[in-house]
Design a protein around this ligand. Structure first.
Ligand code: EPU
Length: 435
């Protein structure tokens, strides 16, 4: 670990120091999406043969999912740059170790694939970020409709079914994880599953396309009504698939320009996957120009002075994702005017607000609303990253703060961000990682 003069958090794991400085300028390659790659890796359990996943981000959660798959007896090679190769075949167990499962929420995505392929699965109740209760009742109800039986004990969920059969399932809320578990179970089930009220996030679409590449029959991809014709137990085949670019990492760099000024060319950012967010930041005063480079998509984001406050509420896709919200509140913290941000997915997802207030932000919470009154500048101090997205927001806040902002809890950022510090450094940010 390098040493940092004068820091008070050096003993608490890796940390980052940020100073506001000159406007950002240059190109940033947007990495593949965490919330897609982990699901693609979990769904590899459905295949016989080699599954190749390109554009995989270099993040800790990918390493955890690789270990989870290895624990099932699959061979996983994380090949640089950005290629994960999984040799899928018969798993040696359907009970991955609790200490791995508990490390991230995406472990729950093993439920559908293991159950449908092997007729049984036992999982510790998955962990993940600490922003309130995250039940799996919709996953359970959907799989039960397909014939699964569930047993819960204090720390585990166990499901079994000789054969899953197609079913008509209606969700009253478009849960991302439950949609993914129903789809990955239905692709090997006997008969047709119709899922109404499905989640439509770009990462769900990416998973469906990946499964179709492996030979699954799915109609209605990208809509709220998915029709899946199961193979009747026959495993899927090999595939080579490129992970969809990460709209939340892209949004992080957009927020960095919003508070620092300048212009960034974001290679591979997909405007179509973040339309509502781009509309809102345009209303805040950023200029967003979609561009095409050699056939791939990208965006140029340009600051034209201080940002304006606007009200924002989170909603399932195509609305503003809850994962953007810490970034939105951070931008609003230094905007001209006041705004109300409403959280409609995770009422408890406001923990980072205390940290922003420590930096001088004027944010008041009332239930699932935050009233943000913009101030001219934040003031650097020591803050903590409580989860992945909150951690990224602290980095952006540091870019908007006078003096030094020291962020601990960086291991959370590492779970979902592929070299956030290096990417920001490369476009001129004054940011250093220690440890
Ligand atoms: N919900 C239920 N019952 C269920 C499933 C969900 O009540 O059976 C509720 C949840 O408690 C929550 C809401 O429905 O209030 C949304 O949950 P959803 O199932 O859509 O979310 P998820 O699959 O658990 C994924 C992402 C989250 C992201 C949400 C919403 C992964 C691994 N996680 O979670 O991402 O916030 O969708 O878009 O894909 C992150 O990446 O930092 C992150 C937290």
């Amino acid at each position: 670990m390098s040493s940092s003069p004068g820091s008070s958090v050096a003993s608490d794991g890796p940390y980052v120091e940020v100073r506001s400085g000159t406007p950002l300028n240059g190109r940033i390659e947007v990495p593949g999406a965490k919330n897609s790659v982990l699901k693609l890796m979990a769904a590899s359990v459905l295949a016989d043969g080699v599954v190749t996943i390109d554009n995989a981000p270099a993040i800790v959660d990918v390493a955890i999912m690789a270990d989870l798959l290895r624990s099932l007896g699959l061979s996983v090679d994380v090949v640089n740059p950005g290629r994960v190769q999984i040799t899928a075949g018969e798993a040696s167990t359907v009970e991955p170790p609790a200490d791995l499962v508990e490390r991230m929420r995406a472990s729950v995505n093993l439920l559908g694939p293991l159950l449908t392929r092997y007729g049984r699965v036992r999982l510790a109740l998955p962990g993940g970020d600490d922003f309130g209760s995250r039940p799996i009742d919709m996953h359970v109800a959907g799989l039960e409709a397909m014939g699964a039986r569930f047993r819960f004990d204090a720390a585990c969920v166990e499901a079994s079914a000789e054969h899953l059969r197609g079913a008509d399932i209606v969700f009253d809320f478009p849960s991302v994880g439950a949609t993914e578990n129903i789809v990955t179970a239905a692709v090997l089930a006997h008969g047709i599953t119709v899922l109404e009220g499905a989640a439509r996030e770009p990462e769900v679409v990416d998973l469906c396309r990946f499964l179709v590449g492996m030979g699954a029959a799915i109609e209605g991809i990208g809509s709220a009504r998915l029709v899946i014709d199961g193979t009747g137990g026959r495993p899927l085949g090999p595939v080579c698939h490129r992970v969809v670019p990460d709209r939340i990492q892209a949004a992080t760099y957009i927020a960095a320009v919003a508070v620092s000024g300048g212009q960034l060319h974001m290679v591979d950012a997909r405007a179509g996957d973040m339309e509502m967010f781009l509309r809102r930041v345009t209303e805040m005063g950023l200029k967003i120009d979609p561009v095409t480079d050699d056939g791939s998509h990208g965006l140029i984001v340009t600051s034209s002075g201080p940002i304006r406050a606007i009200d924002v509420q989170t909603l399932p896709y195509p609305g503003i994702a809850t994962d953007y919200k810490p970034l939105v509140i951070t931008m609003l913290a230094v905007a001209e005017g006041s705004a109300i941000v409403t959280e409609n997915l995770y009422p408890g997802r406001f923990r980072y607000v205390d940290e922003l207030v420590r930096l001088g932000a004027d944010v008041r919470l009332d239930g699932h609303h935050a009233l943000v009154r913009g101030v001219e500048r934040l003031r650097g101090t020591s803050v903590r990253a409580h989860d992945i997205r909150a951690g990224a927001a602290m980095v952006v806040a540091g870019l908007a703060a006078d003096g030094v902002t020291t962020i601990s809890g960086v291991q959370h950022i590492d779970r979902g961000y592929d070299d956030l510090v290096g990417r920001l450094q490369s476009v001129g940010a004054d940011i250093t990682r220690y440890g």
